[in-house]
Design a protein around this ligand. Structure first.
Ligand code: CA
Ligand code: CA
Length: 372
């Protein structure tokens, strides 16, 4: 621009996206509005002047330019601020609404990526009785296992951490005791996660939902011991065995896929190498795809001496008195499970009343130890 003047109205916005070459513009130049409170904006990527260059910025005008030539009497270059102010790129303290002929302006902030991690944790102490659908000795110590599930996600995009889908799960099964002659496997079904959504991890084949088997023979896991931490004299908290499984998922899941009702802990009893197997689950849960649901077949597979129990019509994993074959307790309770062959209904005197009531009465039954 040479010997030129550009007048700005209120909230005018003029941008030079590349280089402005400024000649001699004394008494003229870029002229902003004059009324109090009015303002206008001139943005330039770069402003240069040859020797003799003179630019005047006047009135209520903001000039935003980090690469602007300086007044230099020796080179005959002059920048005159006649009421206007200058600032660095992206620092103009003005907000201009967009219109048909104005793109609008706000202080531009470079987006910054934020690294989010999101994690949820579940734990429960599971105690299982293997003689279903008989009570057997009902000592509820055939498997004692603390289950911990941590589901997590991480991302460095601009999403909120709390909406990140959970794409990984780490599952710890800490075996604390076993007491059974049967060959017992221990597994966990993620009821809300289809097996086909598992990207990596050690899951069972032929299952509709993702199933992890921690062991197919808990006695082997305990070094060949069928009775481990179920006798008063030899109990120890130092000899627990933890097995860890890691899963990742093609797509993420919300937290409800990792809550108590979606985590279907179970045991298998004398499972054949192929075909359907006897599974024992908690009240309210169902067998996996590989679990036998035909009770006649299950009965036929049992020893003839077993006294079968009449099951609840609506749930094959509770008796008609609502007694279960598996229970889940909070892990912050210091629970002393029954010694081998001692009925849990004896060791915890309100257990049966709690179960009979459908879980409504004596909800603190596990805090009233009556002795083994
Ligand atoms: Ca038992
Ligand atoms: Ca037992």
């Amino acid at each position: 621009m040479n010997v030129g003047e550009i007048d700005f109205g209120k909230n005018a916005y003029f941008e030079v996206t590349n280089k402005a070459t400024l000649g001699y513009n004394r008494y003229r130049g870029f002229v902003g509005p004059t009324s109090d409170g009015d303002s206008a904006l001139l943005v330039m990527a770069n402003a240069e002047a040859n020797s003799g260059g003179y630019i005047r910025y006047a009135n209520n005008l903001i000039v935003s330019c980090s690469n602007h030539f300086k007044s230099s009497p020796g080179n005959g270059k002059t920048v005159e601020l006649d009421g206007a102010v200058m600032c660095e790129d992206n620092k103009a303290n003005i907000s201009i609404n967009s219109s048909a002929c104005n793109p609008g302006y706000n202080v531009k902030k470079a987006p910054t990526n934020i690294y989010y991690t999101y994690e949820i944790y579940y734990s429960g102490l599971y105690l299982m009785e293997d003689m279903w659908p008989a009570y057997g000795d009902y000592d509820m110590n055939d498997v004692v296992c603390k289950l911990e599930v941590t589901a997590s996600s991480e991302d460095s995009s601009l999403v909120e951490g709390t909406v990140l889908p959970l794409k990984k799960a780490t599952v710890n099964a800490t075996f604390e005791a076993t007491g059974a002659d049967n060959k017992i496997g221990v597994g966990l079904q993620f009821s809300k996660i289809p097996a086909s959504y598992v990207y990596s991890g050690d899951i069972e084949s032929m299952q509709d939902s993702a199933v992890v088997m921690f062991t197919t023979n808990i006695a082997k896991t305990f070094g060949g011991e069928n009775y481990y931490n179920v006798r008063a004299a030899s109990r120890s908290t130092d000899n627990y065995v933890t097995i860890t499984k890691e899963l990742s998922f093609n797509q993420g899941f919300t937290a409800e896929a990792f809550t108590k009702s979606a985590l279907n802990f179970f045991i298998t009893v004398n499972a054949p190498s192929s075909g359907l197997r006897r599974e024992v689950h908690l009240k309210g849960f169902s067998t996996t795809t590989l679990g036998e649901t035909n009770l006649r077949k299950i009965y036929a597979s049992l020893d003839s001496w077993v006294d079968l129990v009449e099951l609840n019509d609506s749930d094959m994993y509770v008796s008609k008195y609502n007694l279960p074959w598996g229970i889940c307790l909070p892990t912050d309770v210091d629970f002393y499970w029954p010694n081998e062959t001692t009925r849990i209904t004896t060791v915890y005197s309100t257990f049966a009343d709690w179960a009979n009531s459908g879980g409504l009465l004596y909800t603190d039954w596990y805090e009233h130890y009556s002795g083994n």
